[in-house]
Ligand binder design. Structure first.
Ligand SMILES: Nc1ncnc2c1ncn2[C@@H]1O[C@H](COP(=O)(O)OP(=O)(O)OP(=O)(O)O)[C@@H](O)[C@H]1O
Length: 252
């Protein structure tokens, strides 16, 4: 599998707090990678450094190299808005815009000029909602507000919105933590389908979820990337005692 992201000697600081320490990792294309570890270990911080969301936090400083397809994402000529279209993000709490279902999806393609006319935009909206596995549930009410959907539907709408700009990577920060078990199962199934087209990185507190959806797992502890391997290896035969303690419930 091709490498999508290469992180080299990455450090992240919030003021004096050294939150990510010397992280080196290659994240693969067409693969689901899970970030696991105890609360505060830096999973979300490292995830956010992959699409420069940390730029929006004034006290946050990122050092080292993060290469996407070999290109430094922090280089001066890189436009963070373009980068975030390529590296989409889905958050913990579903956050549809206060607009119609149609406009939630059409917003990104409109600002990035991906459609030449209404027919093309309609096509992108349908394709994205199908990718988000929610088309059948909303096709008859595209003008209704996105905020009127159930939590699980809203999250799939947000995933559809993220794929509408034709990203190459999807970053997901605990995408199921606000969902019930049925909606969680639907989103997990969707994540499994998405890996055919994208590199997917998911932060999760649930080891069961990491084991179900990912092929690679990275275990973080106190800002260090302790162990990164095939998910089955991490859960059955970890090399580091800290990983073992976490997966057996002794820390975290
Ligand atoms: N916006 C912020 N401003 C200042 N410090 C922050 C900010 N976000 C995170 N931190 C700090 O960075 C460290 C790592 O936090 P982070 O949220 O990345 O961990 P996490 O592993 O995702 O935690 P959790 O599982 O609880 O979400 C913590 O010490 C935290 O206090």
């Amino acid at each position: 599998m091709n490498v999508k992201f290469s992180a080299r000697d990455v450090q992240v600081y919030y003021g004096d707090n050294h939150a990510i320490k010397d992280v080196n990792v290659d994240i693969l294309d067409k693969t689901v990678t899970a970030f696991i570890g105890p609360s505060g270990c830096g999973k979300s911080t490292f995830l956010r450094s992959l699409n420069r969301m940390n730029d929006t936090i004034p006290i946050c400083r990122v050092e080292g190299d993060i290469l996407l397809d070999g290109e430094d994402i922090n280089a001066p000529q890189v436009d963070p808005v373009q980068l975030r279209a390529k590296v989409g993000m889905v958050f913990q709490k579903p956050n549809p815009f206060p607009k119609s279902i149609y406009d939630n999806i059409a917003y990104g393609p409109r600002i990035h000029g991906l459609a030449r006319n209404k027919a093309e935009l309609d096509e992108i909206v349908e394709k994205s909602l199908r990718r988000g596995a929610i088309w059948d549930e909303v096709k008859d009410r595209l003008d209704a507000p996105g905020t009127g959907l159930s939590g699980g539907q809203q999250q799939r709408l947000c995933i559809a919105r993220a794929v509408a700009t034709e990203p190459e990577v999807l970053l997901m920060d605990e995408p199921c933590s606000a969902l019930d078990p049925i909606a969680t199962a639907q989103v997990e199934e969707l994540i499994d389908e998405l890996k055919a087209s994208y590199s997917v990185v998911i932060v999760t507190h649930s080891m069961q979820q990491a084991a179900r959806v990912s092929q690679k797992t990275a275990f973080f502890h106190l800002g260090n990337l302790v162990e990164y391997d095939d998910t089955t290896t991490i859960f059955t035969n970890p090399r580091d005692t800290r990983t073992e303690s976490y997966i057996t419930g002794r820390i975290g």
